[in-house]
Design a protein around this ligand. Structure first.
Ligand code: GUN
Length: 285
């Protein structure tokens, strides 16, 4: 029964080992290691935890990791100045601005100022556009992680109905393009969707990325559905839970990603892979 629960940690650890071997080869040839620069603005606890996970993962595979922690009230122009400097830094292959940013900052101005050659989130219009055209170079991390799970679990996607709850630039939209490319019929819902349950009940693959703890229960889903829970919600008692009530849906589903230990580690390892792609393609050939 337990094998209905997808083990994201296990796949991510195997992939990290492969990446580490590739870094060792790079170093043996006398080349510099790949490097990530992270910009963290403000004091958001979840963001701090995510950045820490990225730092641990980078160190584990032998990447350089540098982090700029900026105060919440920082001016947009100061962040732009830092990105300009990092765009030219020859030891850095990826620049990641942890989202969300404070309200006074225009997120798009920031994301678009990162050189597309260092955009390891796939959020620059160049990479987002290539994803849209089914010819990606850098793929968004959470969707890429989910597609890797689909591959590793040998889930046959042609002709399946995939429903994505949430239409963000970081998950929902790129996820829809990934699933379309894999032969699914896709539906992306948003906050104005009427009769959401109609769509979820027809979903062979259900992606939930809305940030509402335990929002989806067994009455919302189709028999044998494969569910990817992208939500990470902190409850008042400190426990972390996803957007899907795992205990409720468990009997009905084929597979589900747990929270924590499902999509989260796969997102981080996809970032590591993107950094290596940027390193090889743009900075060290
Ligand atoms: N905030 C939550 N997830 C992510 C991510 O994958 N990338 C960035 N830049 N910010 C995030």
């Amino acid at each position: 029964m337990l094998n209905k629960i997808i083990n994201g940690n296990k796949i991510a650890n195997l992939l990290k080992k492969k990446i580490k071997k590739r870094v060792i080869k790079i170093l043996k040839k006398g080349n510099r290691p790949p490097g990530l620069a992270v910009i963290l603005v403000g004091n958001d606890n979840s963001s701090k935890i995510y950045v820490k996970k990225k730092k641990i993962a980078c160190k584990k595979v032998g990447y350089i990791f540098k982090c700029w922690k900026l105060i919440k009230t920082i001016k947009e122009s100061e962040i732009l100045k830092l990105i300009k400097k990092l765009n030219q830094d020859k030891t850095i292959d990826g620049i990641l601005v942890q989202l969300p940013l404070p309200n006074h900052i225009n997120t798009n101005n920031i994301l678009y100022s990162i050189s597309y050659k260092k955009d390891v989130d796939g959020l620059h219009p160049y990479h987002a556009g290539r994803i849209l055209q089914n010819n990606p170079i850098i793929r968004s991390c959470a969707p890429k992680g989910i597609m890797t799970i689909i591959e590793k679990y040998n889930i046959q996607t042609h002709g399946l109905n995939a429903v994505i709850i949430g239409s963000s630039n970081i998950v929902g939209r790129p996820m829809s393009m990934e699933l379309l490319a894999s032969g699914c019929t896709i539906t992306i819902t948003n906050k104005y969707t009427k009769n959401l349950i109609y769509y979820t009940k027809h979903a062979d693959i259900l992606i939930v990325a809305i940030g509402k703890p335990n929002f989806i229960n067994k009455s919302w889903i189709k028999n044998k559905a494969v569910i990817f829970d992208v939500g990470i919600n902190k409850l008042l008692n400190g426990k972390i839970t996803g957007d899907v009530n795992l205990n409720s849906v468990y009997k009905k589903i084929s597979y589900i990603t747990p929270v924590p230990g499902g999509v989260g580690p796969m997102t981080v390892v996809s970032l590591l892979d993107n950094i290596l792609i940027a390193y090889k393609k743009y900075h060290n050939n």
